[in-house]
Design a protein around this ligand. Structure first.
Ligand code: SF4
Ligand code: SF4
Length: 289
């Protein structure tokens, strides 16, 4: 299984204290993605030249020229001595392999830290892009009685394989209008809407999480579409996530420009109005920051 990070979280990625595995690779290209290093499947070097004065000396291939990294050279480089030998702070490798056996052993050894309601969360990237490996590890952890949460974008054609396997599914809903979804996410959303319906109908413990960006999916028209869709399918819980720009330094470290710099979150009042409107349809909805 390919991951780009792992770590502890409390309160955002499911109940209690959780060990979160962030799987690498995503089929979407959300304009606001805060983890650009999660999107490509292949490992990538993140370069922070300001963190070290020795960066140039750490590359035997001459890929570092001042503050610029020649990524074509990194793509051909197997030994990656900048991270593996020198461990220089200017370089981070996003992407590594981890086996089911390692994950199960790690979860077992940390079990005492989960407390009463914590456990393991699989997030991304889009974890269902590695569906076979994901199901293997989830079945192994379930057999050991570990609480399991999946954060995903609900787009998998194999979504039904997930049902009944997790204690909680947290599914993103980026927008309802198909054309808008293609424009701001770079993919179709027909499967997403179908999968969310299927999860509700199957009685899953489900949270639909909606990231809100004023200029993209918080227009009056799109708010109405959200309301209509959620009122129709009636999920057990909805969370409205006000989007913050957290990913800018990461885009720079990857040598990419951040596509969402110019966008803004809705303000408190607008968000509360929308939350209350959803509540009038008896939808259990909360705003989170
Ligand atoms: S990945 Fe290889 S080529 Fe790129 S900076 Fe590191 S050592 Fe140099
Ligand atoms: S689904 Fe998540 S990881 Fe994938 S591009 Fe969108 S925000 Fe990024």
């Amino acid at each position: 299984m390919k991951i780009f990070a792992r770590g502890w979280s409390h309160g955002f990625d499911g109940p209690g204290r959780r060990l979160v595995y962030y799987l690498k690779g995503c089929n979407f290209r959300c304009l606001w993605c805060g983890n650009p290093e999660s999107i490509a499947f292949e490992p990538e070097i993140m370069f922070y030249p300001e963190k070290s004065e020795f960066a140039t000396q750490c590359c035997p291939h001459g890929a570092v020229c001042g503050n610029v990294l020649e990524r074509e050279k990194c793509a051909q480089c197997c030994e990656r001595s900048c991270v593996n030998l020198w461990r220089d702070r200017a370089f981070e490798l996003a992407g590594k392999e981890i086996s089911t056996v390692e994950i199960v052993a790690e979860a077992e050894s940390r079990r005492a830290m989960f407390g009463g309601d914590g456990g393991v969360t699989f997030s991304g990237g889009e974890p269902t892009m590695q569906m076979d490996e994901l199901l293997d590890v989830v079945d192994a952890l379930r057999g050991r009685g570990i609480n399991l949460v999946l954060e995903n974008n609900a787009s998998s054609p194999r979504f039904r394989d997930l049902l009944g396997r997790f204690d909680l599914l947290i599914c993103d809903l980026k927008c309802v209008t198909a054309e808008l979804h293609r424009r701001i996410v770079g993919a179709d959303n027909r499967q997403v809407l179908e999968n969310l319906r299927a999860a509700v109908n199957a009685g899953e413990n489900l949270v639909i999480r909606i990231p809100l960006i004023r200029e993209l999916n918080f227009t009056a028209e799109e708010q109405e579409r959200f309301v209509a869709f959620l009122a129709e399918i009636r999920p057990p819980r909805v969370e409205l996530l006000r989007l913050h720009q957290l990913g800018l330094p990461k885009y720079e470290a990857l040598g990419q420009s951040c596509p969402a710099e110019q966008f803004n979150p809705p303000d408190d009042e607008e968000l509360e109005k929308f939350r209350q409107r959803l509540e009038t349809y008896k939808i259990n909805v909360e705003s989170i920051n």
